[in-house]
Design a binder for this molecule. Structure first.
Ligand code: FAD
Length: 306
């Protein structure tokens, strides 16, 4: 299993239980799996780093699996086995491969340790200027959290596509989020003519690994991919909630010959914090605003980390 993405966190425990005879190796480029759901609270200074990340070494040990801290660079199928290569580790051969390495882009939010370092540097500036590209739930949440962290002297720009912020949210939710951004003096720009939509596309490239409903690659029965690195048909939103659901199917399909299909949910519950007390939640065309969505979000975040 390469990458400690959400699907692998879920699948590892189940797969290890289903197949105690299998030798399972989890490879991640670092000892932690960061949880973006808790990132805004971490940026606002409400929680500590260990409340926003999982100790992957401890998790693998508890599952009777092996952890390797290495940077995966590619694989090839040869002589009935899959050969994995790494930047900082000898190659490994295996019978089945699962990839859950996320959709990080150079200079983007991930890897999170690098982002936290950049934010720390911004704190040393008297009047930092920040542009956030992409005004989905992650971008809006990040902009609001940065305002709380960096104070009123920071100039924060949020670049949204021409269609506006929170494209998948109901209209009333978009309005409330827009008002919160205005109150926080975050400048939402849709700088025409070419820049924004193209830049957003450049930072959120299409996932490279085309998969079937069984989560197997279209090109191999022995290789699976899940989460933000996998390209499903029809396209799925980039979401931990979807990846977690894929993890349950992945655990079954790694353990059994008769593979199950992953059926994407028609809608998932989205919860976005506006500050330390209020959140905005939506599910399809329904939405809620205020303290209880925030309490629910905190409960979900704590549950995931624990
Ligand atoms: C600010 C923000 C808030 C968000 N909040 C939410 C939320 O509340 N709910 C929600 O559902 N989604 C949320 N998202 C979206 C969510 O982060 C992703 O969609 C989700 O993390 C799915 O990613 P993943 O599980 O595929 O991979 P990731 O969570 O990105 O994990 C990939 C793992 O693979 C490792 N890795 C990467 N490359 C390599 C390599 N070459 N070799 C070895 N290991 C590697 C990484 O270190 C990481 O541990 C948020 C996003 C942002 C930016």
């Amino acid at each position: 299993m390469v990458g400690a993405g959400h699907a692998h966190i879920v699948a590892l425990r189940r797969f290890a239980k289903n197949r105690p005879d299998a030798e399972i190796i989890l490879i991640n480029d670092g000892p932690h799996a960061w949880y973006t759901g808790a990132l805004p609270a971490l940026i606002r200074g409400e929680i500590l780093k260990d409340q926003a990340r999982l100790d992957v070494r401890a998790l693998t040990k508890a599952c009777g699996a092996t952890f390797i801290d290495a940077n995966y660079t590619g694989h090839c199928e040869r002589g009935g086995a899959i050969h994995l290569s790494f930047q900082n580790h000898d190659s490994i051969a295996c019978d089945l491969l699962a990839l859950s390495i996320g959709g990080k882009t150079e200079g983007g939010v991930k890897p999170i340790p690098a982002l936290l370092g950049r934010i720390k540097n911004l704190e040393t500036l008297a009047a930092p200027k920040i542009a956030i590209i992409g005004a989905g739930a992650g971008g809006v949440e990040l902009a609001l959290a940065l305002r709380i962290r960096l104070g009123k002297n920071a100039a924060i720009f949020l670049q949204s596509p021409e269609s506006g912020i929170l494209q998948s949210a109901p209209a009333r939710a978009r309005k409330i989020a827009g008002a919160a951004l205005q109150t926080a003096k975050i400048i939402v720009t849709q700088t025409p003519p070419e820049a924004v939509d193209e830049t957003i596309r450049a930072y959120t490239p299409e996932p490279a690994l085309a998969i079937r409903p069984t989560l197997q690659l279209t090109t191999s029965d022995k290789i699976f991919a899940t989460g933000d690195c996998a390209k499903f048909a029809p396209p799925l939103p980039r979401s931990g909630a979807i990846a977690v659901r894929q993890g349950r199917v992945l655990a079954h399909n790694l353990s059994h010959v008769d593979c199950q299909n992953f059926h994407p949910p028609a809608a998932t519950l989205a919860i976005m914090s506006l500050n330390d007390a209020d959140a905005l939640a939506w599910y399809g065309r329904f939405f809620w605003h205020g303290k209880w969505p925030m309490r629910l979000k905190t409960m979900i975040d704590l549950h995931w980390i624990s």
